[in-house]
Design a protein around this ligand. Structure first.
Ligand code: NAP
Length: 485
């Protein structure tokens, strides 16, 4: 059994940011538990061909760790290098235990600490527990009939097998979301046949790619200039919320018309264009930014299976479609997304008086400031319920959550207490406000089904407003919303 003041689960941007912020408030006694054999989270795990961030990199980075980006939307390898730069600079490798897969967390109310069990690294105890396991870290492969019988290769985009050479092979990509849209153009030229199985078309907008030249990179190494660029990007992106939340007309005028123009310009075949045209409001599902997707789908070796040509079953040699066609395949790639509810916390969490987090979230996941739940003292969830943000950098939100968490810890210490917990009524008022604000948003009213929503239709992933509103909310700690013990 190992004892620390703070236990952090996960070493992605959430976990690394928590470690850096803890040090700023004088807490050195923390340990990071990482289930994988390497650190870094999403950008080290998702290595599929074409992986690239779709939020401008100068903004999609920690505010204290500006970086010499080579282009405006950094590719995966550069994001991995950035993540590793942060790990090395802050000496966080020495603070991390790898292959520590957390299987359960229990609150010990007498000792006022969390007991965290891992699969193979024993038990850890800590006064505070920060879960940064990442909402998009549990990949989903749908239970297609016959999946186990397929004799070719098959893997999820999240677990790309680089030992498998897809060149010259007959490949299927199932799913056309953000991951699928990046894999498809990255491999289309190299494979013999590419079969794309699209259940619902996504809206696609042009991607304003830009490589910084030597001079621009030199200028951007000046921190003031870099920060100015961050600010400009931030406010340009922030203005999108007006459309996402308040105006379908603006959404249509600025986004839909550009998306339709791209479709008309890049896809000349009217039948293919019809298959690729969504029937829901743009923004309801995450908008794909790509200049390369449509040209790839127009290639002679690429077939889009949509509408009635979906998957009936997987056979030992390929996929049988709903219209009775059999597609012979060597490789099936599942670009079928993640389970955002299971990802929020990576294991069963048992709070005060045996309260089960899974029970508290039975209807839908909910949390005060997207971070704390009543009944679970000293427990914080990074990128928790309703902290997602479609229009700007998720790291801005993570850093906002950090302000709240650090205030909770500091306030508890200041009072000479051992535990802090959000009150029922405060969480309830916050969650009621979130879902009332959500009513008008495109994620709720846009007429689509997306991973942003729970089974019962609540939008559980997104914050329904400006990111600066979230920052303001998390920045003002309200002691009367909390109980201390
Ligand atoms: P996703 O957006 O949830 O897409 C999953 C795809 O799989 C959808 O096309 C979905 O169809 C399809 N699918 C799921 N179950 C299926 C089934 N049973 N049969 C047929 N099709 C099925 O997942 P993702 O592409 O991995 O992206 C998830 C999120 O990760 C994104 O929204 C984004 O936040 C993040 N991401 C970001 C980047 C980036 O920054 N560049 C890249 C990748 C991912 P339906 O649409 O019909 O459900």
């Amino acid at each position: 059994m190992k004892q620390s003041k703070v236990l952090i689960i996960g070493s992605g941007f959430g976990g690394l940011s928590a470690a850096i912020e803890l040090r700023k408030i004088g807490v050195e006694d923390f340990v990071i538990l990482e289930r994988r054999s390497f650190m870094g989270g999403t950008w080290c795990q998702n290595t599929y061909p074409g992986a690239q961030v779709d939020v401008q990199s100068p903004l999609y980075s920690l505010s204290s760790e500006l970086y010499d980006w080579s282009e405006i939307f950094a590719p995966q390898a550069e994001l991995k290098a950035y993540t590793e730069h942060i790990i090395e600079k802050h000496g966080l490798r020495a603070k991390t235990i790898l292959e520590a897969n957390v299987t359960r967390a229990d609150w010990d109310d007498e000792q006022k600490q969390w007991i965290v069990r891992t699969e193979s690294k024993g038990e850890f105890r800590g006064q505070y527990l920060i879960n940064a396991s990442g909402p998009l870290s549990t990949p989903v492969i749908p239970a297609f009939e016959g999946r186990e019988s397929f004799q070719g290769a098959q893997f999820h985009t999240n677990d790309w097998d680089h030992g498998y050479d897809y060149k010259g092979k007959r490949v299927a990509v199932i799913g056309s979301g953000a991951s699928g849209a990046q894999v498809i153009p990255a491999i289309a030229e190299d494979v013999a046949e590419l079969h794309v199985f699209q259940r619902t078309p996504h809206w696609v907008m042009p991607r304003p790619d830009y490589h910084f030249n030597k001079l621009e990179r030199a200028v951007l190494r000046n921190k003031l200039v870099h920060r100015l660029l961050r600010i400009i990007i931030y406010w340009i992106l922030e203005s999108r919320v007006i459309a996402f939340k308040y105006s379908k007309a603006l959404m249509n005028a600025f986004a839909k018309s550009r998306a339709l123009m791209l479709l008309r310009w890049q896809v000349k075949d009217p039948a293919l264009r019809a298959k690729l045209t969504p029937d829901y409001t743009i923004g309801c599902k995450r908008i794909i930014l790509s200049n390369r997707l449509y040209p790839a789908l127009c290639r002679d070796n690429v077939t889009l299976h949509a509408d009635g040509e979906g998957i009936r079953r997987i056979t030992p040699t390929g996929i049988e479609t709903l219209d009775g066609t059999h597609v012979d395949l060597d490789l099936i790639v599942y670009a079928t997304g993640f389970n955002p509810t299971e990802g929020i916390t990576s294991c069963p969490v048992i709070g005060r008086n045996g309260a089960m987090l899974a029970k508290f979230w039975e209807r839908y996941p909910r949390a005060y400031m997207g971070t704390m739940m009543p009944g679970f003292p000293n427990f914080f969830v990074i990128t928790g319920p309703n902290t997602g943000i479609g229009h700007t950098s998720a790291i801005f939100i993570i850093e906002s959550q950090m302000r709240y968490i650090m205030k909770c810890i500091r306030e508890t210490q200041k009072r000479g207490m051992h535990a802090v917990e959000v009150l029922d009524q405060a969480e309830d008022r916050y969650t009621t406000m979130i879902h009332s604000e959500m009513e008008r948003t495109v994620w709720k009213a846009g007429g689509c089904k997306s991973w942003y929503q729970s089974e019962d239709g609540h939008v559980i992933a997104m914050f329904p407003g400006f990111s600066f509103t979230f920052r303001r909310l998390t920045g003002r700690f309200k002691p009367d919303h909390h109980a201390f013990a």
